[in-house]
Design a binder for this molecule. Sequence first.
Ligand code: BMA
Length: 817
Amino acid sequence: MIMQTLDGAWRVSQAGSDDSFPAKTPGCIHLDLLNAKEIGDPFYGDNEYRIAWIARTDWVYTRTFVPDASLLGAEKIVLECDGLDTLCTLELNGEVIGCTDNMYIAHRFDVSGKLAAGENELRITFKSAVNYGEALMCKDVVCPGDSIPGSVFVRKAPSQYGWDWGPKIPTSGIWRPIRLAGYSVSRIDDLRVEQTHEAGRVTLNVTAELENYSSEVCSLSVRVIDPDGTSRECPANVSSSIGECEVTIDSPKLWWPNGYGDQPLYQVEATLSYDGKTLDVAKRQIGLRTIELDQTPDQWGKRFAFVVNGVPVFCKGADWIPADQFPSRLTEEHYRHLIKSSVMANMNMLRIWGGGFYEDEVFYDLCDEYGILVWQDFMFACGHYPVDAPFLANVARETEAVVRRLRNRACMALWCGNNEMEWGVGSWWGGEGSDKRKADYPKIFHETIPSVVERVDPHIAYWPSSPSSGIENYCKLEPNDQNFGDGHYWDVWHGRKPFTAYREQFHRFMSEFGFESMPAIETVRTFAGEEDLNMTSYVMECHQKNGGGNGLILYYMAQTFRFPKDFEMMCYTSQLLQAEAMRYGVEHWRRNRNDLRCMGALYWQLNDCWPVSSWASIDYFGRWKATQYFARRFNESLHLSVCEEGKTAKVHVTNDLLAPVEVEIKWSLEKLDGTVLSSGAQTLTVAAELDTLAADLDFTSELSGDAVRETVLVCEMTAGGKPAGSSVTTFVPSKHVALPEVNIALETGTDAEGQFIRVTTDKTARYVCLAIPGRDVIFSDNYFDLAAGRTNTVRLLSEVEPEVLATAKVYSLRDSY
Ligand code: BMA
């Protein structure tokens, strides 16, 4: 195989104009215009609205190239485009060689015999997908609410058209690598690795699909490299277009989700050769594991539990959206930061939400490496899609390509039809056309997609929609039925219910619930001037895409916190609100894991695609909001949580570990200056994979009159003598707690484990926040409560110079008054 990249320098112009400027691929038109200084930063101020014309323009990308002599000698020459966004016509030396209409899949064009020995010109015209979709709109078609209408007609990321967290900036261009490839005799079209698990051994069935260009028979050899580097070689049987072999691995090292064990990875390499020469090599990274979706009927309805290597896994994580409005500029470093941050927050699952795109290989590589299970939606969200034959054929092609690309992955846990469309069909989209929509819906999600999945990857479960109660319950049960399938619960936030409403929800798997906050002030400053630093300023509202979003933050803030004294404290307090909401939800669903009643809690949403106020726990620049630190605590495998109600408190320990743990729990009801009113301690063994009610406390007599505002319950847990979690519980909303001014002392230093900040307080401080001005540091803990007289030694997870460490500052909720 001979490859010649066509990435790099191109030129771009508006269709019909000769006025071109430099372009870069992989890339997109907005980044090219930005680099050419034709537009300002699309994310600054209200620039989004000023650049709307770009998406309504047709663009032409051109480049010339001289093919390598070796390439011209190949029997088959193919133009391979990994991603074209989206409606393109490709011309080589003035001749049309193909058209595309799907950004999600790779396209290949046979250009054998079409290349000149000298200079060639490749020209790709991108038609405006917005103009195209808009022209097809009619009144019966429902499009996502916060989007430019028409996205459903094009297989292109719907969220690029705008979402309730994303700008309306649909882009276009050559968004993934492009190259020429020359093949002779044969090539490996696909390499598949299937696993059969038996006691003490795993058998790999390796199948290579070949694309032959001659009748010669090639040889194929397969090498499996163990995690420790030892390798075994296995010759495959080749018959015409299939090469196959079986490899047995004794004493296999199993792959586990984060928190359940290690992630040993095996490499499988297939080498195709003919006449002693290597023709092609294909590689797959695999993890040895079984994964099932347990849907056994039970006392409530049906289980919805992911079972890995026989162990039901409580899934902890978040929903993933595109990490950049212009994804072609995402690097491995971006992805690594987000996946590592998920692991640091003790997550083991991410749901790739169906309104974006199928991720880059590096995303799945990292999920394999770190033990993050992937719930993969197909890219359909909140709209009514066409079901004519060409569209269904496009969907089938896309499904096949995507499933083939990802089916060998250790991380792959679920194929899911779409986001919230069953809900839409059944509940939101009544009125004219609703019967047609109800009848159309199953054609894609109960027929086209699952029939391809079943054929191409029968090893991973298919789920029709998120949320859903299962195909058999379509139009019979609510997709959000608490006893079947997964649930999206939005009555907290969109429905204005209090955080405690989460505690009335007993879904089998909560795949979405969320709460917004503002990003860090440093992030706000990247898009707003000093005069805009007010939550309801024009610019701040340009960066809040959920219609009533800022109003909702204020509505909830009024219930929970005192109104913050300035903008910086507003950013901070809004994050506390979000973090508390997520804690209420996750701790509740984790407490309900017994008998596999609830087996997952994924909050909406992990990340952002631009700087904005949103549901994300990590902002566009990778800064952790308070929620991310809270998640690090509320997702701990062994977790202490307190469920307060009135003047009572139930102390729980949720243990996701596979072994029982002996813990000691101390509680004390104390004044904010540390005076103890009553206290207790107990040692108990918390069973494996269960939640245990450790103590049921009633403080009615202690908390009468003003005491209720002056008292907190402090619970501290140790396991094996080491701190294993703590909590500070108030019995009135934070705003009414008589928080005193506090003296928080910081001691900074470096010891054998690295840099630390030792934080000590005289009186109880809430939501203690550490920061190093001018630096984006991730701490081992932050936004934590610190009860009177206690110390928390916090580590820096990224080192700074000692003199910079000494500039660490601290504030807490009292500083927002
Ligand atoms: C759910 C998601 C998204 C949306 C979010 C917040 O509906 O699936 O479509 O962004 O809620 O409203």
